[in-house]
Design a protein around this ligand. Structure first.
Ligand code: S3P
Length: 442
């Protein structure tokens, strides 16, 4: 890939079988839990994207031994705790990395300074600092709770925290801090968010209770529990699989299979929505792998119709709305995405950037404070003009979404800052080209 930009243009149908890169959420957690544990954790299928490599470096800085053994295989030897890092921890573009590591570090007697790239330095950290402060950690940072900031960890007390916004990152930070808090910690989730932390803590020998009370999830763990090293087999990332799958849906005559995709029900909101839109999407070979359900997902060129996406589905597909908006552009009738205000505080303001990008490509869109309406065409699979140069603000998912749109638009679509795609999907361009996509340096 070049720094100049990438351009996608319309070609023939996409065909083939591929493997999605390792799940980003599970990859961060595998490294962090391995570093907190005592003993040696072997990881297979780790996502070797920039975000996760930053977390690997952070774990070394906090005292774990972290070795790459080649092709997604990693070994983490933890000391059962964190020691004070000698230098600033730079988490790059990764909100998950910085927020989970802050939680994991908060219960240790250390001081650590965190920073990130220009995007991460704009994102809200108060959402983790507030509960961690209530537990006893202290922070000094920039105004508005922005990075860089310094955490002073130490002895923590119990907190039961009701999440003000549905965030698996905040839940995970509180639970990880709770492992080293007097009395542990609890989290109440009015809306369920991805549960990889709960599942993986169990795999590392931690007792954690999860109860449904009146439609809310109550999660609790006792303090002072030790993690024991465990092997982790990272499934394919459904958030990455979404790009080749949607590309196949909007490109007539295509048939693409992505193997080994994570099918955890708290992550599959996009697949559910696409099926409601009439997508020919099927799952074969459902199996258990490393405590999670996985399967091979096949998408074939489809005639899509617009749908109403309910707000309660947002946590299970929060990273997938940009690519859903592309599918919606090729559908008959409007698609209304509601309750997606969290999109505005991701790697970029994704509601604003998708609205701008779609509109530059000739798609009718309407931006709402917490929603997006993609008008779709008069007829099914109507032509989308394309022909735009899209500004991504360094957001990997905005870049990949517009490149996918370019594969089925009338005129080519270009994106800037293509290097950022490697934060979550190294090899995206090569994989898409292998399926027959025409994506080239601008
Ligand atoms: C993640 C949680 C989500 C998601 C992010 C990964 C995680 O963020 O957008 O890509 O691994 O816990 P929030 O917790 O902020 O919703």
């Amino acid at each position: 890939m070049t720094a100049a930009g990438l351009t996608a243009k319309r070609g023939g149908p996409l065909k083939g079988r591929v493997r999605a890169p390792g799940d980003k959420s599970i990859s961060h957690r595998a490294l962090i839990f391995g570093a907190l544990a005592t003993g040696t954790t072997q990881i297979q299928g780790l996502l070797e994207g920039d975000d996760v490599l930053r977390t690997a470096a952070a774990m070394r800085a906090f005292g774990a031994q972290v070795d790459s053994l080649g092709a997604g295989r990693w070994r983490v030897t933890g000391k059962g705790g964190f020691s004070e890092p000698e230098d600033v921890i730079d988490c790059g573009n990764a909100g998950t990395g910085v927020r989970l590591v802050m939680g994991a570090a908060a219960g240790f007697d250390l001081s650590a300074t965190f920073t990130g790239d220009a995007s991460l330095r704009k994102r809200p950290m108060n959402r983790v600092m507030t509960p961690l402060r209530e537990m006893g950690a202290s922070f000094a940072g920039r105004s508005g709770g922005r990075l860089p900031l310094t955490l002073k960890g130490g002895s923590l007390g119990r907190l039961v925290y009701r999440l003000p916004e549905p965030s698996a990152q905040v839940k995970s930070a509180v639970l990880l801090a709770g492992l080293h808090a007097q009395g542990g910690a609890g989290v109440i989730e009015p809306e369920a968010t991805r549960d990889h932390t709960e599942r993986m803590l169990r795999a590392f020998g931690v007792e954690i209770s999860v109860e449904d009370r009146g439609g809310e999830r109550h999660i609790d763990l006792a303090g002072g529990q030790k993690l024991t090293a465990a092997d982790v087999d990272v499934p394919g990332d459904p958030s990455s699989a979404a790009f080749p799958l949607v590309a196949a849906l909007i490109t007539p005559g295509s048939e693409v299979t992505v193997e080994g995709v994570l099918l955890n029900a708290l992550r599959t909101g996009l697949f559910e929505t696409l099926i409601e839109m009439g997508a020919d999407l099927s799952v074969a070979n459902r199996r258990q792998s490393g405590g999670e359900e996985v399967g091979d997902v096949t998408a074939r060129g489809s005639t899509l119709r617009g749908v109403d996406v309910p707000p309660e589905r947002a946590p299970s597909m929060i990273d997938e709305y940009p690519i859903l908006a592309v599918a919606a552009a090729f559908a008959r009738g409007p698609t209304h995405m509601r309750g997606i205000g969290e999109m505005r505080v991701k790697e970029s303001d994704r509601i604003a950037l998708m609205a701008a990008g779609l509109s530059a490509c000739g798609v009718g869109v309407e931006e709402e404070p917490e929603g997006l309406i993609v008008v779709g065409g008069q007829g099914a699979n109507h032509p989308i003009a394309g022909g735009a140069e899209v500004v991504t603000h360094g957001d990997h998912r905005i870049a990949m979404s517009h490149l996918v749109m370019g594969l089925a638009a009338q005129a080519p679509i270009s994106v800037d800052e293509p290097g950022m795609i490697a934060t979550s999907f190294p090899g995206f361009v090569e994989m898409m080209r292998g399926l027959g996509a025409e994506i080239d340096p601008t």
